[in-house]
Design a protein around this ligand. Structure first.
Ligand SMILES: [Zn+2]
Length: 264
């Protein structure tokens, strides 16, 4: 088994603030959530790669809009079992696994943003040379923020983020949007005295000034800066109670933060 080719991870910018994540080994590529085919086709052609699998996290058009143009006979397209998406060849849900070019991936049900949203977790990362775990989170978890509730529920989203927060701290989080600086402004409104927010904001501003992605983040970083993962911290609880939280239960704090962020 085993090619010794080093696996590479790329964030392909799409639309105004989406990323289409690509894994490749120098010959073959896999993409996650190709909302637009053009940036994928460009990246394949630039590096001389063949697309050999597609993963989808949920049904929104900015995640699936490129499927039709990328599909071809025999190309596997993995996606959520509980959503209606044209072109899925391998429907998946919680507990399912897949292997692509030696990389093991586990499927997690993470409903909330949409009813059937799934995420892909690579417990061994990109192999022995790059072993920190990797998560393709779709629109569930963003750096310093989280997805909005569309056809799922706020309770589902809370449970899904709790589930993701139990992954290893070293897990790299590949989110689908470059929302980080806007999310950090909200996080600072929630926690004006969190020093980790100040240093992380400076770090991300420097990256954006060079048009570089602020992603992937890590779960360790997110636990220090993401208010949606900090619903038991006293400052977060106090702010949320001032912004409509019914009580101090983490679920109520989370729901109030999500509402507050919607109008922020
Ligand atoms: Zn979405």
């Amino acid at each position: 088994m085993g090619s010794t080719l080093l696996m590479d991870l790329l964030a392909l910018p799409a639309f105004t603030d989406n990323y289409i994540w690509m894994l490749h080994n120098g010959r073959e590529a896999l993409v996650i959530d190709p909302g637009d085919a053009a940036p994928v086709q460009q990246a394949l052609s630039d590096a001389g790669l063949t697309l050999s699998a597609i993963l989808v996290t949920h049904h929104h058009m900015d995640h699936v809009g490129g499927l039709a143009a990328l599909q071809r006979e025999g190309l596997p397209v993995y996606g959520p079992r509980h959503e209606d998406i044209a072109g899925i060849t391998h429907p998946l849900g919680e507990g399912d696994t897949l292997t692509w070019r030696g990389l093991d991936m586990q499927v997690l049900d993470v409903p909330g943003h949409t009813r059937g949203h799934i995420a892909y977790f690579l417990p061994d990362g990109l192999g022995s040379l790059d072993p920190d775990p990797l998560l393709f989170a779709g629109d569930t978890l963003f750096s310093a923020g989280c997805g909005r509730v569309f056809d799922g529920t706020i309770e589902q989203l809370y449970d899904s983020l709790s589930k993701l927060s139990r992954l290893p701290d070293a897990t790299r989080i590949c989110c689908t949007h470059e929302y980080t600086l806007g999310n950090l402004r909200f996080a600072q409104a929630v926690e004006p005295h969190n020093p980790a927010l100040v240093s992380h904001t400076a770090h991300c501003e420097a990256l954006r000034a060079q048009s570089l992605p602020t992603l992937p983040s890590t779960l360790r970083v997110e636990k220090g800066i993401n208010p949606f993962l900090r619903c038991t911290q006293s400052d977060v609880v106090a702010s949320a109670l001032q912004h409509g939280a019914e009580d101090a239960r983490p679920q109520a704090i989370f729901a109030a933060l999500r509402q507050w962020k919607n109008r922020f």
